[in-house]
Design a protein around this ligand. Structure first.
Ligand code: NAD
Length: 416
């Protein structure tokens, strides 16, 4: 399945309806029940009467979100690495997930793991460290391993998780080198397990809506994408310390946040680059950028003639913006890739309109998409091949910056 097919993407329009009927409850098709006479339940699909219960209170209100599947059918996830992103974004998001549940933690700091585990209902016997991690093979509660470590450790823990017979959900960027990505993909195939890269923006409602509108021609032929991702790299923040070390991060702002700009250009155009051109700007005496790049300006050309002007920076105040310019209008996502409260604006000759989307956790959505892909034995929306392609393209952008000239790419994203 490609990035852009509707199948497999979160269906933001689905609703589930529950009704009190006096004698019992009826659940709409969103819960996947098999139906009978009361097919007017709002979801439009078949419904079934549940066993009668006493009409003891007011009816259950219309449900605006699908309820989770039963705990016993949800896939068990182990989170590897209890850093800033895992603790602040991912662990809390399990509370909003429908088909994924947190069952195990892997951390180098036992005290931290023991503090965190009870808050999320993780049992002490499901705590691992990096040495005991491989014993996860003997834990039938764990179906999926979520790797949230510094980039250079993604490949090792993905391969070890596959060897333990688990499916793997891996943070972006997928790995440091093309070879590592290929090894990860091969290991998954050999183990007969699935691999997905955590490209949350492809599950973020405003981005999903922007893609839909571009595909449906609302702004006409798409000619230009611009996207900028920047923030200040803080050497005092432990989460930024490894980001300054090339052997752990793999690259600088491009690998870390420029990848969102690149992804945006690819998912909005729905095309793959034929040529890239990059330029790096580093202040000579800034100790943060001895090993990795600060600012990267890069241009990506697509087969249709569409151009993307993209950037990433570790020395500008926060920017997370994506813009798509077509013949008949433009779509502006600003902010585009915040964890929440993103904003989508449509501009056409009729004027300017803010497109309101219902907030929905992009983290829960991407995790549930993967769990559901495993349950249904389907290819996930952003498999390892998708992560590999970005690493190939970013490597070409670095090379272009080094050589000072555009680099042509073939259909796989490799150098032509
Ligand atoms: P972090 O430093 O806060 O977390 C990394 C964790 O790995 C820490 O718990 C650290 O102790 C542990 N670790 C294990 N071995 C280590 C080693 N050798 N050196 C350093 N740390 C080690 O970093 P983070 O910001 O949480 O990023 C972790 C991963 O998540 C990265 O791949 C990053 O790109 C990704 N991330 C993704 C998003 C997103 O929006 N999808 C956001 C932030 C980070």
């Amino acid at each position: 399945m490609t990035l852009f097919e509707k199948d497999g993407s979160p269906d933001l329009s689905r609703r589930v309806f529950l009704r009190g009927t006096g004698g019992g409850l009826m659940l709409g098709s969103g819960l996947g029940l098999i139906g009978s006479a009361f097919a007017q339940g709002g979801g439009g699909g078949p419904v079934r009467e549940l066993p009668p219960s006493q009409p003891t209170g007011p009816p259950i209100p219309e449900m605006e979100r699908e309820m989770p599947i039963e705990p016993g059918r949800r896939l068990g996830w182990a989170v590897v690495g209890l850093g800033k992103f895992a603790l602040n974004q991912i662990l809390p998001s399990f509370g909003e997930s429908r088909s994924s549940k947190l069952v195990a933690l892997v951390s180098g700091n036992r005290q931290k793991a023991e503090q965190v585990a009870p808050r999320y209902g993780v049992e002490t016997h499901n705590l691992y460290d990096y040495q005991s991690f491989d014993r996860i093979a003997d834990n039938p509660e764990v179906d999926v391993v979520y790797v949230i470590l510094p980039n250079a450790l993604h490949a090792e823990y993905t391969v070890r998780a596959f060897k333990a017979g688990k499916h793997v959900f891996c943070e972006k960027p997928m790995a440091v080198t093309v070879e590592e990505c290929e090894t990860m993909i091969r290991a998954g195939r050999e183990a007969g397990r699935k691999l997905m890269v955590a490209y949350r923006a492809q599950f973020e409602p405003h981005n999903v809506e922007a893609i839909r509108r571009v595909r449906e021609g609302e702004i006409g032929a798409l000619h230009l994408v611009t996207s900028d991702h920047g923030r200040i790299l803080d050497p005092k923040d432990p989460a930024d310390q490894w980001r300054m070390v090339k052997s752990l991060a793999g690259g600088g702002s491009l690998y870390d946040i420029g990848i969102y700009s690149l992804q945006a250009a690819r998912y909005l155009t729905g095309e793959e680059p034929v040529e890239v051109f990059g330029q790096i700007v580093n202040k000579k005496d800034d100790p943060r950028f001895r090993e990795v790049e600060d600012r990267m300006a890069f241009q990506v050309r697509f087969p249709s003639g569409a151009i993307a002007n993209l950037s990433s920076s570790y020395s500008t105040s926060s920017v997370k913006r994506i813009q798509a310019f077509g013949e008949k209008g433009s779509l502006i996502l600003d902010a585009a890739t915040e964890y929440e409260s993103n904003k989508l604006t449509l501009r056409t000759e009729k004027g300017r309109q803010e497109v309101k989307m219902k907030e929905q956790s992009q983290f829960a959505a991407e995790m549930d998409h993967f769990s559901q892909s495993v349950i249904d034995n389907r290819e996930p929306k952003t498999p390892g091949e998708e992560g590999l392609r970005d690493i190939r393209i970013m490597q070409a952008i670095y090379r272009s910056a080094q050589e000072g000239k555009p680099i042509a790419l073939d259909a796989t994203g490799s150098l032509r």
